[in-house]
Design a binder for this molecule. Sequence first.
Ligand SMILES: Cc1ncc(COP(=O)(O)O)c(C=O)c1O
Length: 433
Amino acid sequence: MTDPNPTPATELDVDHVRAQFPAIATTDGPEPWIHLENAGGSHLPRHVIDLTTSYLSHHRVQPNAPAGPARTAGDLMERGLAAAAATFDADRTGRTDRDGDVGDVHIGPSTSQNTYVLAQAIAATLRPGDGIVVTNQDHEANIGAWRRLADRGATIRQWSVDSDRGLLDPADLEALVDDRTRVICVTHASNLAATINPIAEVAEVAGAVGAMLVVDGVSWAPHAAIDVADLGCDVYLYSTYKTYGPHQGLMWTRAGLADELTNQGHWFNARRSLARLTPAGPDHASVAAIAGMVDYYDELFRHHFGSTEPAKLRRWQRIARVYDLVATHEERLMTPLLDFLTGRGVRIVGSTSTSRAERAPTIAFDPGPVGGAAVVEALAGAGIGVGHGHFYARRLVDAIGITDPEGIVRISAVHYNTVDEIERTIEALDRVL
Ligand SMILES: Cc1ncc(COP(=O)(O)O)c(C=O)c1O
């Protein structure tokens, strides 16, 4: 275990961060591979890997027997569930662990599957003409499942981006809602435009007409502590394989919501709120391994604040302290990259602001005549992993008029990336663009 710092940290210790990730530690050689496709999936810290290995090695039995490995398996899964809830600062009525960190968090195999199940749970309660608002900025995961409800009588209305930067204007939303609007679906920050949408403002619009607000936080959760109470949404989803955890989707629902919707689980589990929106049995090892994600955050908290903040903070507060440091570091990463690209006249999707208060360090741009494949290939040749295409946000790419099938290029950093890596990426881009 690392000694805590003697004074409050003001900067993220990136070397310490990187030491937690075997994938980085083992490729940090003379020719390191720079992972800048984090919006597609992040590396795993050793905490998650160790928990997965240990669960699969010793506890892969039907959990929750009174003793033995099955008892431990159940305990490990409970720990994972509580950790998942802690990341939302959620309170689960009647079910609290020692830290008081539990809540209505449903664990499914992916966010796409969670929105699909949620849409089915709402479908049976729709009356003909009930409205559903979707955007054309979202990943298809928070659009397609909702659009399909047109077959069940819903009226689908689209909150559209501007055709230049692909941004949503909250002023356009009010005209799309009325007292028949049942659901509003929007991304916290698009996986391409990366610009933070004003969720609290949208929640007010939703609240005024009694609509349910479903927020896709998949692209934002790797960069910030998620405060669902502050956001005022009804549902918040993210995928842990992008937040340094196992391949799962987490769906927080406001207290009582799961019981109001149609049960999607087995009939005999209908009284168990957490079984109603997760029809399949979960991957037990992955549920347990979610605890490793929060152990990792705690590792960073201890390292940076361990000796200066001994007072008992809730787990979410510890996570939030860590993400404050992450924010400053991520701003440092995206600033030179955005400055370089805008300086070269490259068209950026979303805001060109370099402020982390406005956007995530995911930078998608139109590569122009060079083409996405050539840029990705050139960067790969320099040991840098990025991607090109539509990234399942096909409607957004179409809306901003990108017609080249090679699509746009996306460079997505997280807190374990370094300024040096970004500088090398800029050098490689300078050669190819
Ligand atoms: C913004 C966003 N939402 C939803 C998803 C879908 O997540 P999942 O792969 O867990 O279904 C993704 C995946 O890339 C995403 O980037």
